[in-house]
Design a protein around this ligand. Sequence first.
Ligand SMILES: [Fe+2]
Ligand SMILES: [Fe+2]
Length: 167
Amino acid sequence: MSSIDFTALQEFVFSQKMTPDNTVHGIDHWTQVESNALLLSRHTGADETVIRLFSIFHDSRRFDDGYDSEHGPRAAEFLMQIRGDVFVLDDARFDLLYHACYYHTKEHSSGDKTIDTCYDADRLDLGRVGIQPKPEKMATAIGQKIVKKAKDVPLSEMRQWLNKLTL
Ligand SMILES: [Fe+2]
Ligand SMILES: [Fe+2]
């Protein structure tokens, strides 16, 4: 089990956020990514601490809600800056978290079950911005399966559908 206080950590990271609004990449998105990641991890065996931290950090250093191609590397740099002060994590998990945050918009899949679970958890919430996730864009087999099952789900109902999904 992790000794990290995720609620307090989320509050801290949100307080440090670089964009003022909380719409497309705010707490609702972070929470949905966490929920998606926990669903996926039942099949992928991803590390729960890393996927929960990814949910909190991966979009925390955006300058805006547009493309902002370098927000992943900035999130990774932020992790380096506050590690040890705000949260403690062993080297093996930190390396996975750093990679997942750094490359989450740049890499299709990594071959690591925890990193790939982070990527797919983020992709499963694309419905919020009007994008239907595509099976070929997913990094995990279970992510592909979910996207195929979701093909007829209206994007406006995707979060509710995912949150009720049992696999
Ligand atoms: Fe992102
Ligand atoms: Fe995201």
